[in-house]
Design a protein around this ligand. Structure first.
Ligand SMILES: Cc1cc2nc3c(=O)[nH]c(=O)nc-3n(C[C@H](O)[C@H](O)[C@H](O)COP(=O)(O)O)c2cc1C
Length: 196
């Protein structure tokens, strides 16, 4: 059967169910940053990030087609993926919103490549835009890795996103913790801008 026929016959998927089911897939969170044409830093919280290829070194992320940040990243042709640490939850909330100045109070610097790097991140991956693929109401952006680093002597723990809420990993699986079975202990609510 041709791919187009399959698309036409796909049964309607309920949006709430889609969000609930896909929310069972726990991910880390990144903030994707760039400099806009005026040289001002822009960025957005992004869950849809993945490593893609080692040779050549490629990564991908998926911005919604209406994202103002994506328009600026596309114009710049380069970006930085900042992998967030648990302590950066407020940073995530800020970059997941449509606030005017998302960088206020967030320590950052411009890298040699010319992309904003958030100083407290667990890891940073600097890329140039390699290609852009259509993905329904999103784009799939493939970036070629130009430089990458992890925070020095990192014992950091990642900020996670699960079932529409922020969470984290257990400090040490071998240490008894009475609340370990209580997942709700980990989950913290997100804002109105909650993604998915
Ligand atoms: C945890 C989290 C993950 C998100 N992941 C994505 C994503 O993968 N793609 C996307 O387009 N938006 C994602 N968003 C929503 C954007 O961050 C938000 O809509 C964006 O900041 C809007 O601002 P902009 O127009 O400046 O891009 C996410 C938000 C949060 C809080």
């Amino acid at each position: 059967m041709a791919a187009t026929d399959m698309t036409e016959q796909t049964p309607a998927i309920d949006g709430r169910q889609f969000r609930n089911v896909l929310g069972q897939f726990c991910t880390g969170i990144t903030v994707i940053t760039a400099l806009d044409p005026e040289g001002e830093p822009i960025g957005f919280a992004c869950q849809s990030f993945a490593a893609l290829s080692l040779d050549p070194p490629l990564v991908l992320f998926c911005p919604t087609k209406g994202s103002r940040s994506w328009a600026a990243i596309e114009a710049a042709g380069k970006f930085c993926v900042n992998v967030l640490a648990e302590e950066q939850q407020p940073t995530c909330a800020r970059f997941g919103s449509r606030e005017a100045d998302k960088f206020a109070g967030v320590p950052w610097h411009t890298s040699e490549l010319g992309v904003p790097v958030l100083d407290d991140s667990l890891a940073t991956i600097e890329c140039t835009v390699d290609s852009v693929v259509d993905g329904g109401d999103h784009y799939i952006v493939i970036g070629r890795v130009r430089s990458l680093a992890e925070s020095a002597g990192t014992n950091g723990r990642p900020l996670l996103f699960y079932r529409g809420q922020y969470t984290g990993i257990e400090p040490d699986k071998t240490t008894p913790a009475p609340w370990r079975a209580d997942l709700d202990h980990f989950l913290t609510t997100t804002s109105l801008d909650t993604w998915l």
